[in-house]
Design a protein around this ligand. Structure first.
Ligand code: G3H
Ligand code: 13P
Ligand code: ZN
Length: 312
């Protein structure tokens, strides 16, 4: 199977009451960990690259790494997605270079500008066989080195979604219901809660339309503990409860974005290895341990959070 768009994946996910994982890729080991887990569990998967990833690894390397995974695992559908495309130009560049899906993130602009830029991207992408995700509402947290304070974050207004989707022609919509980017999503002592009521209202307004959740890492405490007991200092790292994500995946949410949890897995494996083997200096040894934890985390997400195992 060649790289696919998310169209078929989302249709099946919506009808089947599960979501497809969209995992951020930055290097070979992360691509390997994600796709090995997905292939073993017969799950569709979305590999996504942010601007930071494209700058770090170079878009050409990322594309070729993803193509290698497609060649190795022809039995599972794999989509290559641009995460948080800043404007039409970057979306066009990715469509032209073979990404099958792009996100135009104009969520911090006003409603009319968001509509105009998202529509422009959708028209171009559709002419070239790619699909488009846009965003309404603003998440808190850090993305591409831009930090949005929790008090500046805004939930998606369900009154706007029909008009937005109709006028832009986008294929999926990311909404803000209380998720946020990074590993510090909630203050300690607070009760982490997603606004599943807003999700339900959006779904009612857009029947059958695929919804996307960004900022959906759960910050598994066992990995935070490994990091902190091997020289790390991650204080009060708290994520989204898995049962709430599972609930969302059973409904209109067809794509769930996860990056921070993979970073935690990689860091935990490397820190643990370094402390246990101070004499090692072969990167394959310590990065290999990081890769193993990333794979374990992806497998756990597929089975326990997304419910996409066996759906390839
Ligand atoms: O949306 C945020 C993703 O975690 C990407 O993060 O911009 O540091 O690559 P990044
Ligand atoms: P996390 O920081 O919660 O992993 O979110 C990742 C994300 O939304 C990428 O677009
Ligand atoms: Zn995001």
């Amino acid at each position: 199977m060649a790289l696919v768009t998310t169209t078929e994946m989302f249709k099946k996910a919506y009808g089947g009451g599960y979501a497809v994982g969209a995992f951020n890729v930055n290097n070979m080991e992360i691509v390997q960990a994600i796709t090995e887990a997905a292939a073993e569990l017969k799950s569709p998967v979305i590999l996504q690259a942010s601007a930071g990833a494209r700058k770090y690894a170079n878009s050409v390397y990322l594309k070729k790494l993803v193509e290698a995974a497609v060649e190795l695992y022809p039995e599972i559908p794999i989509a290559l997605h641009l995460d948080h495309g800043a404007d039409f130009a970057v979306c066009k560049e990715c469509v032209d270079s073979g990404f099958t899906s792009v996100m135009i993130d104009y969520s911090s602009h006003d409603f009319e500008d968001n509509i105009a830029e998202s529509k422009r991207v959708a028209e171009y992408a559709h002419e070239h066989g790619a699909v488009v995700e846009a965003e309404l509402g603003t998440l808190a947290g850090i993305e591409d080195a831009v930090s949005v304070d929790a008090d500046k974050a805004m939930f998606t207004d369900p009154d706007q979604v029909e008009e937005f989707v109709k006028r832009t022609g986008v294929d999926s919509l990311a909404i803000a219901i209380g998720t946020s980017h990074g590993a510090y999503k909630f203050k300690p002592g607070t009760d982490p809660k997603l606004r599943l009521d807003i999700l339900a209202e959006v779904a009612r307004r857009l029947p059958g339309f695929p919804i996307v959740l960004h900022g959906s890492s759960s910050v598994p405490q066992e990995y935070v503990k490994i990091i902190n007991s091997h020289g790390g200092a991650l204080k009060d790292a708290i994520g989204i409860p898995e049962d709430q994500l599972r609930q969302a995946a059973k409904g209109a949410v067809c794509k769930i974005n996860i990056d921070s949890d993979l970073r935690l897995g990689m860091t935990a494996g490397i820190r643990e290895h370094m402390e246990a083997h101070p004499d090692h200096f072969d990167p394959r040894q310590y990065i290999g341990d990081g890769r193993k934890y990333v794979k374990d985390i992806v497998a756990h997400k597929i089975v326990k959070v997304l419910g996409s195992d066996g759906k390839a």
